[in-house]
Design a protein around this ligand. Structure first.
Ligand code: ADP
Length: 657
């Protein structure tokens, strides 16, 4: 060591032993050191509680982590290495009996690096260690007001809360009691990789978050409070811990922050750690609960949980929706099913059995299918007995699914096979039989004509069945497009009736009730013909004793009581009334289903494929209209449908064109 180095060491020893605040003594030390060791930048880190550093020249925004050399800290041994841009880094840990008390860091221009200064630094470190230790023993006891502030914080933290309210409590407390301008709460999430940062209660992205995150990470990494002084004042980061586990960090920024504030913050951090851990757990639970609630409320399956007495504890929106009752009807604490299902009563085929199903909640899992009427609906209910989390209370979970369509599809499939085998085979057999006969021998012309006529009628029947099947598949594939024109229904109907009347025997009469000045509709001519002829031929077919069949058309003014909800557009109402066998009310919804046929001796005798009405309904709806029926068994039926009126109608003095 040179004489001038010894002189420097002497001055430094004297200045460190002074009574001024430590930061001032360190400042003097660094100034004096420069005389023997012309560094570009220097910093002394003091690992007190909280830790802090002193830099020369006073840097505005030095990055704590960048200057803190992990290598040096880990090895607890000096480090000298190139620091790029012709600079050298010298880092000396300050240790005492294996305990790390801080570090001295110097950045020296390589050209000016004089190896003889190394012994000076070696000698300086024990001096600094002594000074820091002496400073630590001075300590600062908490004042009464600080204790009161901590007590207040503890009380606030005792209340269970989620992350955002906790962050608000903490940051407000810090701002009130520690002369801080800003406080941020960083919460570790996904292990150590990412931080959720709160400024007040808001999860925020302000710039301060980014700059303070580095300090927070350092404090958490070293499990020590760090204080960093820069041109903006003090930034202090305190790790928040529960035992050995770090759960986050509190960063406090303020010009007026003093060492006493640091002490108070350190004490506060020991309270905030466990509270933050609790809040993280609550938050996770709340998030999970919310996710589950979202899943349940969007689930198309109805779910309900009841207690032993059958009281409803919880249900999701699909539960009410599938029963067809408003959600408001279903409230927790109500008895299942009477209070809840009162509006459902008229639809239940056996209310007593239904009630029993809900009351009998013991035993094994029960799987039941329930058929509701008007509208027809098939529901599958699973009744699953459960125990609550403590294994004490018995609960029952009901799982409800609508299987109407599923069953309908199954039925349609079976019906399809039987229709194909029966409806196709019957005409085919007679066609084959008659043609065989015609080939085998000669017939008199009249007889021959009769046989050929039968063959022709059966072939026509076959062709219309094939056409119906094709129509069904076109409807399914969405391949039916309408070619719509403004057309006069009266004219179309008159032509159709004239044609049909020719084929009728004397038992049936087709009557028309259409006003001469009926406005035109906007529709596809061929499809409207198909709709009308399906309804008229059904009316004839299902009136085996004959009688008058009346086709009526009028402008729809007030919808008839039997009508479903109708679109608001102006429309024509067309009805086909027959005096036939009628349809039982329970069947009226279902006859529009594909392949559905009312099963009774009459209909079995009459025969059919069960496709006509499903096609007719699809065609009416393609036009934007609705089709429905009102009927009584044995009293005849009235099928009604609407067709939209043409909007831009040319009106002449004689009526509508
Ligand atoms: P299909 O007549 O070929 O059986 P539809 O789809 O046209 O098929 O009719 C379905 C069922 O609706 C019929 O099987 C019949 O039971 C009933 N139905 C249709 N129209 C009438 C009517 N006018 N009167 C009585 N029952 C009818």
């Amino acid at each position: 060591m040179t004489t001038s180095h010894l002189q420097t060491l002497h001055w430094i020893t004297r200045s460190l032993a002074g009574d001024e605040p430590l930061a001032e003594r360190l400042h003097t030390m660094l100034v004096k050191l420069r005389a023997s060791l012309p560094y570009a930048e220097a910093r002394v880190i003091v690992l007190q509680t909280p830790a802090w550093s002193y830099c020369l020249p006073n840097q505005r925004t030095p990055s704590w982590a960048a200057h803190w050399t992990e290598e040096m800290l880990a090895a607890r041994a000096p480090v000298t290495r190139s620091a790029g841009q012709q600079q050298h880094y010298l880092g000396w840990p300050i240790c005492q009996d294996e305990e790390l008390l801080g570090a001295v860091e110097l950045w020296v221009v390589t050209e000016e690096l004089d190896q003889s200064c190394i012994p000076l630094l070696d000698a300086l470190v024990p001096l600094l260690a002594m000074t820091i230790q002496a400073e630590a023993t001075r300590g600062l006891s908490q004042t009464t007001s600080q204790l009161a502030a901590l007590q207040e914080l503890q009380e606030q933290l005792d209340a269970p809360c989620l992350l955002a309210p906790l962050a608000l409590t903490v940051t407000e407390w810090v701002q009130t009691h520690c002369a801080a301008q800003q406080a941020l709460l960083h919460v570790i999430q996904d292990g150590r990789s990412s931080l959720l940062s709160f400024v007040g209660a808001a999860y925020d992205q302000v710039d301060t978050v980014a700059t303070t995150t580095v300090l927070a990470h350092s404090a958490m990494h070293h499990s020590t409070a760090l204080m960093h002084r820069n041109g903006n004042g003090l930034e202090c980061a305190l790790p928040l811990r529960v035992g050995r586990e770090t759960v986050g960090a509190l960063v406090v920024i303020g010009r007026g922050l003093r060492r006493e504030s640091g002490e108070l913050l350190y004490a506060a951090a020991t309270l905030i750690g466990p509270a933050l851990r609790r809040a993280v757990v609550y938050q996770q639970m709340a998030d999970k609960e919310q996710q589950l609630a979202r899943i349940l409320s969007n689930l198309p399956t109805g779910l309900a949980l009841t207690d032993r007495e059958g009281l409803l504890l919880q249900s999701n929106p699909a539960w009410a929706h599938l029963w067809g009752v408003p959600e408001t009807t279903i409230q927790g604490g109500q008895l299942v099913p009477w209070d809840m299902f009162e509006p459902l009563l008229p639809r239940l085929p056996d209310p007593i059995a239904f009630d029993q199903f809900f009351r009998h909640t013991e035993g094994a899992v029960w799987d039941a299918t329930l058929q509701l009427q008007e509208p027809y609906q098939l529901l599958r209910i699973l009744r699953i007995p459960l125990l609550d989390a403590l294994g004490q209370r018995s609960l029952t979970l009901f799982v409800l699914t609508d299987i109407t369509r599923e069953r309908e599809a199954e039925r349609a499939k079976t019906e399809f096979v039987s229709v194909v085998s029966h409806e196709l085979r019957t005409p085919l057999t007679s066609i084959l039989g008659y043609t065989e006969l015609l080939r085998a021998r000669d017939f008199a012309p009249a007889e021959r004509f009769e046989l050929l006529d039968t063959v022709w009628r059966q072939a026509t029947h076959l062709s219309s069945l094939v056409e119906d099947l094709l129509n069904v598949s076109r409807i399914d594939a969405g391949r039916i497009t309408l070619s719509r024109w403004v057309l006069s229904l009266r004219q179309l109907v008159t032509e159709l009736i004239a044609q049909m009347n020719k084929q009728l025997d004397h038992r049936h009469q087709l009557l028309l009730d259409i006003p001469a000045q009926l406005p035109p509709v906007y529709a596809d001519r061929d499809r409207v013909r198909q709709i009308l002829s399906n309804l008229l031929s059904n009316a004839i077919k299902y009136s085996p004793d004959g009688g008058e069949i009346v086709l009526r058309a009028e402008v729809l003014s007030t919808p008839p009581p039997s009508a479903p909800a109708l679109p608001p557009e102006p429309a024509l109402l067309i009805t086909v009334r027959d005096p036939g066998i009628g349809i039982d009310p329970a069947e009226q919804q279902r006859i529009f289903e594909r392949f559905y046929r009312v099963d009774n001796s009459n209909t079995r005798r009459i025969g059919g494929s069960g496709l006509g009405l499903s096609i007719t309904k699809a065609l009416v709806e393609l036009h934007g209209g609705r089709l429905w029926v009102s009927s009584e068994a044995g009293e005849g039926s009235t099928f009604a449908f609407t067709l939209p009126l043409a909007s831009d109608v040319v009106h002449t003095t004689n009526g509508y064109l």
